[in-house]
Structures are given as structure tokens and as C-alpha cells.
Ligand binder design. Sequence first.
Ligand code: URA
Length: 197
Amino acid sequence: MDQIQALQQALIADAAAAYPGHTIVHGEGAHTAKLMMIGEAPGGDEEKQGRPFVGKAGKNLSSFLEVVGLTREEIYITNVVKLRPTKESPKTKKLVNRPPSKQEIAFFLPYLQQEIQQIAPQWIVTLGNVPLRAVTEDAKANIGDYHGKALPLASGQTLFALYHPAAIIYNRDLTEVYQQDLQTLRQALYANGKASI
Ligand code: URA
């Protein structure tokens, strides 16, 4: 068992006590990845399959990978919160997604920090405010200020913040910004015509 598998086992035990009955969606991908992508929390498809970024979010991920010229197997993909946050829809009475709570983020943050330490990627790509704030440890960090720029972290890693793909669905103006940001990331990854990862 490697360190990541040990961390996953510990998380399963801790989450079973704190959040009984929930499916835990672990990170997946290469444990030696140079690029780690961090989302917010799993949705319904991810919960069903027990894997991050499948279904609709997986399609978004595929277009991201196409632009930056990487495969899913080459990178490591995870979420800040590793269970699906839900609420009951007042209309349909069905469970729908909701943003993760402060408590959920605080509970899962130490596992994300260990994951980052163990994978030790060169690049950390965050999607939206939740992972941006988790990685910068700045609760006031705002994606509007951070997106589309390579930012060196004290750890020596480079942070590249992107909008959350769901934000683009609800705000069409952001589509162009998101595409520009992806191009900037691609250029940063392939600086001097050479892949830095
Ligand atoms: N699916 C995930 O796994 N994470 C997200 O942030 C969104 C969809």
C-alpha cells in the first residue's frame, strides 16, 4: 500500500464516523503526476460511480485535457470535499447538489493537504473558489482576481486557477474567458516550446 492508498483508508474510516452512509469519492490518476487538478466536490454522477469528474463534469475535463495536451491517466484529479453535498429540492423533494459547507471543507482540508504533499505535483490547477481558497489558505481569495495566471506558491509549486466549469454553464460571458485561460495555461505548460511537465 502506498501513501495515497493509506491516506484513502484513513479517510474512509474518519468519514464513516463523521458522515456515515456517504460514498467517498477519492482522487484518482498518476501518483507521480506533475499536474494535479482540484475540483470542489463530487456531484451525482461521481457519487454513483465513486470517481471524480465523470458524467457532465467529465466531458468538461476532456475538453480541458484536449487543450492542454494531457491525458486523464497522466494527471491526478481530486476534489476538496470528497462526498456529495446535497439538499432536498423544495419543488421535487429529490436530492440535489448544494455548495459544500464550511464544516465539510474544514473536515476534508487536511486530507487534501496530505494528498498534495504526497503527489507533490509541479502544477496545481484549481476549479473555482472552493479549491482556490483551500490551496491558498485564504478564505477571501477570489477567482475573479486569480484566474488565468500562474502563481508561484511558497511550497515551490505553481498554482493556476480556473473558473469552475459549472460557473460557465450559468454565465455564458465566462466561456471566452475560460477558453483564454486554458490557452494561457497551455502556453505556460509548454514554455519555450518544451513541455515543462
Ligand atoms: N465533479 C467533481 O468531481 N468535482 C467538481 O468540482 C464538479 C464535478
